[in-house]
Design a protein around this ligand. Structure first.
Ligand code: NCD
Length: 419
């Protein structure tokens, strides 16, 4: 039985893409208990897992769909890489435990001198990234590209369906297998939820989800969390116990889906979800956060919703994801985050974030440009943080995260200033 039990648990962790630490926190048991269930049966410490745990694990791993080798990045199991062993992927923030996310963000810290153009490294020399974007993108595509290049690798890419063989009816699986022969890592953005996981199933190199429809945007959530951590360190605040107000299109905004879940790894947060009635946060995310011991409120009133928040995370209306009956053109004026609202409702140390792009067309009432000189607006510090975080993701997936520090050298060039 023990052998079956070990196989059963290992398979569940693999299907869920969780490290042992993340797995124990997901199923609510101690790490020690799991370790004893995983021991060979001849060991005196070996124990049989309770039936109720077995049932729960069966349930959650069945819900995770077909097995994808979604290995945790920077997890305690290490990264299996290479063509024979299967590849590590970054598909969802569900892969992370608090420990593994913080370890990854420490790698991002190491990347700062490179991101600030003081140092350079060639640790990924010879490696090729394929950037496949089947949906509009500026930041994500270019920052993944820049991050890979700054590690010494090179990048090839394709954008849109029109100029790819998908326009000739090629399947995701065929495309994935083909690109795996050309590149050592692949970033995919695709309009359908779950499509990047499907892509990963056929890939033999690491696949990173650059946004799958209304599903997830894990690298954005990682850079958002990194931004919150860094800004909070400056403001003497902690993520544990913070009040985060998510504002806007919480139904279709994949960045808030990923960031909400990622922040859920911390303790006792207050989440206020402020949206128009038709664009509320999906119930399963609200419930999971409430079950995780967080204080969760949902409201349609912007003024009361943002009051006292440590972070306001605003989002654009994802009009392109609306179905035919949905009509909202933009936010109404009383939904706009602007200087007057922030001055009236927020403290001097409130952070204002947005994944961008913000819709600056008149009538859209997205995050106002009248806040651009306000130091509380963190949106461009947020985009800057995309580089070290995406470098950390690549370095970890390709197994060079421990070589960065020794490999760094001073850059020979500098940005000229006028005058
Ligand atoms: C977001 C996206 O594509 O999900 N943008 C981004 O990657 N920073 C948000 C959006 O498009 O509104």
């Amino acid at each position: 039985m023990s052998l079956q039990q070990q196989d059963f648990l290992r398979d569940a962790m693999r299907r869920l893409g969780l490290t042992r630490d993340a797995f124990v926190s997901r199923i609510g048991v101690s790490r020690r208990a799991l370790d004893t269930w995983l021991l060979p049966d001849e060991s005196p410490e070996s124990r049989k897992m309770p039936e109720i745990v077995q049932r729960f694990v069966s349930e959650i791993s069945a819900q995770s769909g077909s097995p994808v080798n979604t290995l945790p990045i920077n997890g305690v199991e290490g990264n299996r890489r290479g063509l024979s062993d299967g590849a590590a992927h970054l598909l969802s923030v569900d892969q992370f435990s608090r420990e593994s996310v913080e370890a990854l963000l420490r790698v991002a810290d190491i990347m700062q001198p490179i991101a600030h153009r003081q140092k350079f490294t060639r640790v990924l020399e010879g490696a090729v990234l394929a950037n496949l974007f089947f949906e509009a993108s500026t930041r994500t595509r270019l920052s993944f590209s820049s991050a890979f290049s700054r590690l010494g690798g090179s990048v090839c890419d394709t954008t849109g369906f029109t100029f790819s063989s998908m326009a000739k009816g090629e399947s995701i699986r065929d495309t994935s297998r083909v690109i795996s022969g050309y590149a050592d890592a692949i970033v995919v953005r695709h309009p359908e939820q779950g499509s990047v996981a499907e892509f990963a199933q056929a890939a033999v190199v690491p696949v990173i989800n650059g946004g799958d429809g209304v599903g997830e945007h894990p690298s954005q959530a990682l850079l958002d969390l990194y931004t919150i951590q860094r800004e909070f360190a400056r403001l003497n605040k902690t993520v544990d116990g913070a009040h985060i107000a998510f504002v806007g299109d919480l139904k279709y905004g994949r960045t808030v889906h990923s960031l909400g879940k990622l922040l859920g790894l911390y303790k006792h947060l207050k989440f206020t979800f402020v949206s128009p009635p038709s664009l509320e946060m999906p119930g399963h995310i609200v419930e999971a956060l409430a079950m995780g011991g967080h204080d969760v409120e949902q409201t349609h009133d912007l003024k009361s919703g943002v009051k006292g928040a440590d972070v306001i995370y605003a989002t654009r209306i994802q009009k392109e994801r609306f179905n035919v009956e949905e009509t909202l053109e933009g936010y109404s004026a009383d939904f706009q985050i602007n200087q007057a609202l922030v001055n009236a409702q927020c403290a001097a140390d409130t952070l204002i974030m947005h994944p961008l792009p913000r819709d600056s067309r008149s009538g859209a009432n997205d995050l106002s440009t009248d806040l651009d000189q306000d130091p509380r607006l963190a949106i461009f510090r947020q985009t800057d943080n995309g580089i070290p975080v995406r470098m950390a993701i690549f370095a970890t997936l390709l197994g060079v995260e421990n070589q960065i520090e020794q490999s760094m050298r001073d850059v020979a060039w500098g940005l000229r200033t006028a005058g």
